[in-house]
Design a protein around this ligand. Structure first.
Ligand code: NAD
Ligand code: TYD
Length: 359
């Protein structure tokens, strides 16, 4: 791994990965290709360690000529593909960009990699970053998803990611392109765009706004701290077997309502509210929790079986939900300037109105 093309490296996980890789691989040069949609921002790439080994290029992964030029000019030997439309709720209100970026974009990258690398098999790698949502929804007592679990996506987002995974695998079997895939559960941590559950709840709470829990709030997600995910991807790049898929998860299965209550308790401790009446106990953030109409087709539960990556590569998550959530809440509280800039992003306020005002 010498010259790495990271796609979507100005988004949440991508920017965390760029930081991680610059530290973990002292010789590597990174070309970061990102279209800077509403979800991407150069604010996520401030104060990088070793910034001289990072080149940012604003551009679209569907732009085949641009991707071709970057791969040749920078002698790219490794592609780590994060770029995507990533928010389920947005995919429900408007699926078209998901089909374009997640399917056509992934196809474009695969085609260019096939063309530029030709029959080269050694020393090159195309790594595709995917999600547990491709496997569909679990009932409370079902066993967790394994790599062999049949795909059963249920949202336009999940379907577009499932399609992209199939394409990546097809390029391995048909053309021998050395690919790997990671399917990861819900990430959380620094630099997550505030449309997603955890930052949305932190920021709404700080503004005294309602905390909108969809439906009964008993849907379960398996939360993984973003740095642990980055470490897993790095290990797969170095030691994962071409053609293989690895499940990544945090081992933290929580219902949404439990998670929101934990966030409220942390805020009560770290940023206590004033008492609602003089001489009484401080008000509690949990009083802001509001149940709103459920997400259509809302997946009930995700959970990952990570025994393959643990056995083959020795990876397991370093953060439990207690330490990861505390670090996350503290990060948002100490980065309110970042929050202010990011919240001005293009259509964010319009998005909040569209998704929440009539719920
Ligand atoms: P994100 O929405 O925060 O960032 C996506 C980035 O991709 C943004 O910087 C955006 O500008 C860029 N982008 C979008 N369309 C583009 C295009 N056409 N060309 C170039 N760049 C484009 O997403 P994220 O949460 O960081 O997720 C990154 C990847 O990880 C995605 O592929 C997602 O499916 C996957 N994933 C996410 C999670 C999660 O919990 N967030 C879990 C598992 C897998
Ligand atoms: P999200 O962060 O959008 O991730 P995903 O849908 O990919 O799992 O949502 C996590 C969970 O939180 C999901 O079950 C939907 C729920 N949720 C709410 O209850 N309220 C909200 O405002 C949001 C954004 C999500």
């Amino acid at each position: 791994m010498k010259n790495v093309l990271v796609t979507g490296g100005a988004g949440f996980i991508g920017s965390n990965f760029v930081r991680y890789l610059l530290k973990a691989e002292p010789q590597v040069k990174i070309v970061n290709l990102d279209a800077l949609t509403y979800a991407g921002s150069l604010e996520n790439l401030q104060d990088l360690p070793n910034p001289s080994r990072h080149i940012f290029v604003r551009g679209d992964i569907c732009d085949s000529k641009l991707v071709d030029r970057l791969m040749r000019e920078h002698a790219i030997d490794t592609v780590v593909h994060f770029a995507a439309e990533s928010h389920v709720d947005r995919s429900i209100l408007g699926p078209a960009p998901f089909i374009r970026t997640n399917l056509v974009g992934t196809f474009t990258l695969l085609e260019v990699a096939r063309r530029v690398w030709g029959t080269q098999r050694i020393g090159v790698r195309f790594h595709h970053v995917s999600t547990d949502e491709v496997f569909g929804s679990l009932m409370p007592t079902d066993p967790p998803f394994r790599e062999s679990t049949p795909y059963a996506p249920r949202s336009p987002y999940a379907a577009s990611k499932a399609g992209s995974d199939h394409l990546v695998r097809a390029y391995f079997h048909t053309y021998g392109l050395p690919v790997t895939i990671t399917n990861c559960s819900n990430n959380y941590g620094p630099y997550q765009f505030p449309e997603k559950l955890i930052p949305l709840m932190i920021l709404n709470a700080l503004q005294g706004k309602p905390l909108p829990v969809y439906g009964d709030g008993r849907q379960i997600r398996d939360w993984v701290y973003v740095e642990d995910h980055c470490e897993a991807i790095h290990l797969v790049l170095r030691e994962g077997r071409p053609g293989e898929t690895y499940n990544v998860g945090g081992g933290n299965q929580l219902s949404n309502i439990e998670l929101v209550q934990k966030i409220c308790a942390l805020l009560d401790e770290l940023r206590p509210l004033a008492p609602s009446h003089p001489g009484t106990a401080p008000a509690k953030y949990a009083s802001l929790i509001t149940h709103v109409a459920d997400r259509p087709g809302h997946d009930r539960r995700y959970a990952m079986d990570i025994s393959k990556i643990r056995a083959e590569l020795g990876w397991s998550p370093r953060h439990d939900i207690e330490s990861g959530l505390r670090a996350t809440v503290e990060w948002y509280l100490s980065h309110l300037d970042w929050v202010a800039k990011i919240s001005q992003a293009k259509d964010f306020q319009a998005w909040l109105n569209a998704n929440y005002s009539n719920r």
